[in-house]
Design a protein around this ligand. Sequence first.
Ligand code: CA2
Length: 147
Amino acid sequence: MSPISILVLHGPNLNLLGQREPGIYGTVTLENINQQLHSLAGKLKCEIECHQSNHEGNLVDAIQGALGRHDGILINAAAYTHTSVAIRDALTAVDIPAVEVHLSNIYRREDFRHHSYIAPVVIGQVSGFGAQSYILALQALVNHLQP
Ligand code: CA2
């Protein structure tokens, strides 16, 4: 049997992690988060593929491209969380179990961040634990896929 495969998607501006606004998003870089996820994936004996895009359509393409290739999706859609019907529709269309991730606690921030278009179509959400949100989300997703 082939190992579980997870697609990790990072949305707009997350490529700036560790370089700007450390007070909100911390000092860890996206590359470091991806390294931590690869390390955990090794321990969990699953495979992961990580992508970042600043473009909504690219994220939709990546979600569609997961069909037949990945068993789960871990997604931080960043600002598109609060605006994108297209990303929500893509997640619904592929029907691949997904977990929504946020570095910050979106419910402690501005009102416009309190609503997620994605939350109703994913298994669950991890928000507010910095880079650890991704780690917790990967553990939860793999656990969901192989209970
Ligand atoms: O907390 C999160 O993970 C967010 O998804 C991050 C998004 C924000 O729009 C969401 O409301 C919550 C923003 C990502 C921007 O990342 C930056 C990183 C460093 C410097 C500037 C932006």
